[in-house]
Design a protein around this ligand. Structure first.
Ligand SMILES: [Zn+2]
Length: 383
């Protein structure tokens, strides 16, 4: 028997976190924050006191999966924290931007007992066996399959089954799958989406600003956008680091992207916006050079294209709402047909969706009849 505690990211997007309790030990998967949420909803809802959690596993370094790490340490968590070397290398930058300032100063993640592993490794905590695999979402991003109490739960984290840049490993058959439902019932393929973004950029020959998270979508955009392109100066080293291990990318992608990164213009905050598409992080204007570039663009009516999740209260959300930015999704999560394939190849297990609201779950239910449409943060279930 396993009991799953939905600590964050269920019936909502952000603060993603799950706890698996087999009666012997408690394994926590992800510790995210929710951008734009009030303080009481910013961090996960822990099912147990933090010092009674045995280990933490992190899927990737996006803020909605790792941003609550310092907070968790501050709450008394002192177990091992498992992550890949790529996630480790990106962790500090994410925490600096999104962790609560007091937590970051008083409980730095460097104090944690961090254990590194590679995608594909098998890990264990007491009697719980955890297998891992590539997600296709970011370099070094992983899914977790937790086997304990005679059951297996697969937690997808964020996955992209058909990324042009990152590989995704087959997930095992399981009793329960926690599916990435970020896009609800969206059925539009990545290639159609990419085509629309290329057209939008081509129609603005005097330049544009494209906010994007530092990891994941930035490499996808570098791959699909033809012609002259600029990146924020601060992106150069982190992007090079993301392609430094070709094993973490699809065959040939690292070499192709390396050539591209070295040929693009580099923009420093403070100088004028370039007359070509400019990639800047983060994806919503909450932090990083995107905050300044978006402000500059808004002042002079320069085009801005957002392409990912826009939390309420973020600058990107406000600019889109007020008509000073456009939005076209560049997929970094599964479409509904892709989620159906993931479910079928896992043996049609029970399903709980993360990273979307209840309305999106309802819209997916006819295609995914095993999907629990009422599961919400704070709930728990037994398998
Ligand atoms: Zn992510």
């Amino acid at each position: 028997m396993q009991r799953l505690h939905l600590q964050g990211g269920f019936g909502e997007k952000g603060r993603t976190s799950v706890l698996v309790d087999d009666g012997e030990s408690r394994v926590m998967l992800d510790a995210g924050i929710k951008v734009g949420a009030p303080p009481e909803d910013y961090h996960p809802q822990l099912a147990f006191p933090a010092n009674e959690i045995d280990a933490l596993f992190i899927t990737h370094a996006h803020e909605d999966h790792i941003g609550a790490l310092c907070w968790l340490i501050g709450k008394g968590f002192d177990g091992p924290v498992f992550m890949t070397p790529t996630t480790r290398s990106e962790m500090d930058a994410t925490l600096e931007k999104y962790a609560n300032t007091l937590d970051l100063a008083a409980h730095p993640a460097s104090k944690a007992a961090i254990e590194l592993f590679q995608p594909g490794d098998e890990l264990s905590v007491s009697g719980q066996k955890i297998t891992t695999g590539h997600t296709g979402h970011v370099a070094g991003g992983v899914w977790f399959a937790v086997q304990s109490g005679g059951k297996r739960t697969v937690y997808c984290g964020d996955v992209v089954p058909e990324s042009a840049v990152f590989p995704m490993s087959q997930m095992p058959e399981c009793d329960m799958m926690l599916l990435d439902c970020s896009y609800g019932d969206d059925r539009t393929t990545s290639s159609e989406r990419a085509e629309r973004i290329i057209e939008w950029v081509a129609a603005r020959p005097d330049g544009s600003v494209l906010p994007t998270p530092l990891s994941g979508r930035s490499l996808e955009l570098l791959t699909i956008l033809p012609g002259r392109l600029a990146i924020a100066d601060l992106m150069y080293e982190p992007l090079k680091a993301q392609i430094s291990d070709p094993e973490l990318l699809r065959p040939g992608a690292a070499e192709r992207i390396a050539v591209r990164i070295d040929s693009v213009l580099r923009w420093s905050p403070g100088s004028a916006l370039p007359d070509c598409p400019l990639l800047v992080h983060d994806g919503m204007g909450s932090a990083g050079p995107a905050a300044l570039a978006m402000e500059m663009a808004e002042k002079i009516g320069h085009p801005v294209l957002l392409s990912g999740h826009l939390p309420e209260g973020s600058p990107g959300h406000r600019m889109y709402r007020e008509g000073s930015a456009d939005w076209l999704r560049l997929p970094t999560h599964p479409t509904l047909p892709q989620n159906k394939l993931l479910w079928e190849s896992a043996g049609r297990p029970r399903l709980i969706g993360h990273s979307c609201d209840a309305r999106a779950l309802d819209a997916m239910h006819s295609t995914l009849p095993a999907l629990n449409t009422t599961a919400a943060t704070g709930g728990s279930t037994e398998i």
